[in-house]
Design a protein around this ligand. Structure first.
Ligand code: SF4
Length: 180
């Protein structure tokens, strides 16, 4: 059976994404690597939520060690207007590398289900990293299933975030509510 390592940004986006790739015939595993989530306790709340979800949907789940927030800010420094590109590259590169190490042929990301993300940029970066790392990038536009994913997690009473993740998005969320 083909296998896929799914980079998971949060429990609510992971629920339907895992189901989708299973329905396509893939053996799915989840992977957590989100140094873009600030501050640390917000990161922990989202991680705890997905750790609760994973056994509920029988999703094998790997958590990247450590919290590489300093590296996130090092990469963004001088590229502040393009912070999402730095963020996607960092997270998807690590996912592809871990997939390769684990002998998993493909990688993808739950970010592809969110209508709040820069969808075309995620696709572009995923495809670029696939070429660089020699691991397939699985692309699907799942944005129409965003509410289905939230429907799956609703009865589980999991922590639900109020902004995308980084300090930039938190600032925008509370000063320009239409952004996030
Ligand atoms: S807005 Fe979201 S995707 Fe963009 S850099 Fe911040 S956390 Fe990453």
């Amino acid at each position: 059976m083909n296998s896929v390592l799914i980079h998971t940004c949060c429990a609510h986006c992971a629920a339907y994404t895992a189901q989708h790739w299973r329905e396509q015939g893939y053996q799915a595993s989840g992977f957590w690597y989100n140094p873009n989530i600030h501050p640390f306790m917000e990161h922990q709340s989202r991680l705890e939520a997905i750790k609760k979800l994973a056994p509920e949907i029988s999703l094998p789940f790997t958590v990247s060690e450590g919290y590489e927030m300093p590296e996130y800010f090092r990469r963004v420094a001088g590229h502040e207007t393009d912070h999402c590109r730095c963020c996607f590259e960092m997270r998807l590169t690590r996912t592809a590398e871990v997939a390769h190490r684990m002998g998993i042929e493909s990688f993808t990301t739950t970010l592809l289900i969110s209508p709040h993300q820069k969808h075309e940029l995620i696709k572009e970066i995923g495809e670029k990293i696939a070429k660089e790392k020699g691991v397939n990038f699985l692309y699907a536009d799942l944005r129409k299933r965003y509410s289905d994913s939230r429907h799956i997690t609703k009865p589980m009473d999991l922590y639900r975030q109020q902004y995308c993740g980084c300090l930039y998005s938190e600032w925008e969320r509370y000063t320009e509510p239409e952004h996030k």
